[in-house]
Design a protein around this ligand. Structure first.
Ligand code: SF4
Length: 331
């Protein structure tokens, strides 16, 4: 018979499936219950789970656990993070506009492109155009010349157009929140806006990319289709609730770094995982799996967890496609 709690998968495809049963961070859609009948639609998932004696398997409902998870993830990140030029600038650059610009350039370059490839391009770009103003004054030919070999040339062009807009229409001031960044800057989507705002400004806003989707789905044993808009909405809500309030930029980078280096699509290194204590997929399967099948098996254990990161390896995950590669570069 089904494992209690594991029928509590996200099954809803329509937004109405969520709105009628919402509540709780990452609340799940209660399907047919293993112990007899579905919970009342009027009950939020946490209360319904508790009433049935089921674990709130797909939720982060315990504030103490959330705190512990944040602490473990950040401690691991402090020890293990890769030394990358945009990370150094995000920490050392005192000017907020230059800092945001430095993070922005890295995020655009990392879309669809591997970290190792980006580093040299990034260093040359920042050397040539260290500020928004410098980039705004460059010619498109110069931009394309430096971008040559990185692919998706429209990214460089849009970056420059957006820089010109900031200089000419916003008095050289980068928008100061994720919402404003997304609204005002062409080519900046929800993910990029959240990354710039959390890393550059310390805004407590989450990010969701392919790596984050995979990690969150595994942590909470979520087997639902992550390409479904309601599921994506819930993952954003979960990321926003989880993000560490005092170190949001580091937390977001840590979650993505975990997905890129430890919680990989195939053969995740569960034994080395800093948050394995919190991983419900790992608990479900009982042992660290050797591989993750590409086809979801339909349960909520690790084999059922979708691997939404598109081909492209590390870069695809850290490359920060807005949502599982469905948004074209620059979105
Ligand atoms: S324990 Fe394994 S599956 Fe769970 S988050 Fe860590 S690496 Fe991923």
């Amino acid at each position: 018979s089904p494992t209690p709690g594991c029928d509590w998968l996200w099954r809803g495809k329509r937004r109405s499936d969520w709105s009628s049963r919402g509540g709780g961070v990452g609340g799940c859609f209660p399907g047919k219950n293993a112990r007899g009948g579905p919970p009342s639609p009027a009950m939020g998932p946490l209360r319904a789970a508790a009433a049935r004696g089921l674990p709130a398997l797909h939720l982060f409902g315990d504030p103490a656990e959330v705190e512990a998870l944040r602490g473990r993830l950040l401690a691991w990140y402090d020890q293990s993070k890769r030394d990358l030029p945009w990370r150094a600038l995000a920490v050392t650059e005192p000017d907020v506009n230059r800092r945001a610009y430095a993070v922005w350039v890295s995020e655009i370059m990392l879309q669809q492109t591997q970290v190792a490839t980006v580093i040299d391009y990034y260093n040359r770009w920042m050397q040539k155009w260290p500020t928004l103003q410098a980039l705004a004054e460059a010619s498109l030919e110069e931009v394309n010349e430096l971008w040559a070999g990185l692919g998706y040339y429209s990214r460089g062009k849009r970056l420059q157009e957006a820089a010109r807009k900031v200089v000419s229409e916003l008095a050289g001031q980068m928008p100061r929140t994720a919402e404003e960044l997304q609204k005002l800057l062409p080519g900046v989507g929800r993910y990029t806006a959240g990354a710039i705002a959390s890393i550059s400004y310390g805004q407590a806003t989450g990010v969701v990319d392919g790596n984050v989707i995979r990690v969150l789905c595994r942590l909470r044993c979520i087997g639902a289709d992550p390409s479904s808009p309601p599921v994506i909405d819930r993952l954003w809500a979960m990321a926003n609730a989880l993000v560490d309030r005092s170190r949001p930029g580091d937390f977001n980078q840590a979650l993505m770094e975990l997905g890129a280096t430890v919680c990989t699509p195939k053969a995740p290194l569960c034994g080395e995982c800093p948050v394995k204590q919190h991983c419900r997929a790992r608990l479900r399967v009982g042992v660290a799996p050797k591989t993750v099948p590409s086809q979801p098996a339909g349960g909520c254990g690790l084999p059922a967890v979708p691997s939404p990161v598109p081909s492209g390896g590390e870069g695809a995950g850290l490359g920060l496609s807005e949502v599982i590669g469905k948004t074209p570069p620059g979105a």
